[in-house]
Design a protein around this ligand. Structure first.
Ligand code: FMN
Length: 168
């Protein structure tokens, strides 16, 4: 199955998970890039940088706003499955991932989703992503930021990739 992993990441955790999924599935990978790059927010690991930017970013996410993103380099129509990943921002999908899903909605093949988050798992994020994609995901994974930091996230990734291979 030809698979593409697409992700937005601000401080690197969602990228780390995306790269591991892509490696396990021998998938292609694409980063969603914003036209106006943001500072790196560190809220996930306790350091607070970015000042009011974090509040604005969270506000945009919770209001359901998108952001200007660069043109995608891979055509989703060339794939059998697209796996989309985002950090959780204010309990919601990030603006960049929102914009990507909206842009690609018409051409998406079957989809799977993952997110990284600092707090409790928020199943509603996958409902949001499914609504934006216009289809239900065949599998999802919600990965704790602390598990990305410690390496424990690989178990979540293995569960997701096994499900996608039809093993579980
Ligand atoms: C603006 C902002 C809002 C966030 N809101 C939430 C939240 O509502 N719930 C949560 O669990 N984590 C929240 N986080 C933490 C991130 O989801 C978490 O650190 C994630 O792993 C970051 O992914 P990244 O390193 O790929 O950017 C927030 C982080 C930022 C910067």
């Amino acid at each position: 199955m030809k698979t593409l992993v697409v992700y937005y990441s601000n401080s690197g955790r969602t990228r780390c998970v995306a790269e591991t999924i892509a490696r396990e599935l021998s998938a292609d990978i694409e980063e969603i890039e914003e036209k106006r790059p943001r500072p790196t927010y560190r809220r996930g690991n306790g350091e607070k940088t970015g000042g009011g930017g974090i509040a604005r970013a969270a506000g945009a996410a919770v209001l359901g706003l998108g952001s200007g993103i660069k043109k995608a380099t891979h055509s989703v129509a060339d794939y059998d499955m697209v796996i989309v990943g985002t950090p959780v921002w204010a309990g919601s999908v990030s603006p960049a991932a929102r914009s990507y899903l909206k842009q690609q909605k018409k051409s998406l093949p079957q989809v799977a989703f993952f997110c990284t988050r600092k707090g409790e798992a928020t199943p509603r994020i996958f409902k949001q992503m499914g609504a934006l994609a216009g289809k239900e995901p065949i599998a999802t994974a919600s990965v704790a930021a602390d598990d990305v930091n410690s390496g424990a996230y690989e178990a979540d990734v293995s569960t997701l990739t096994a499900r996608l291979r039809g093993e579980k």
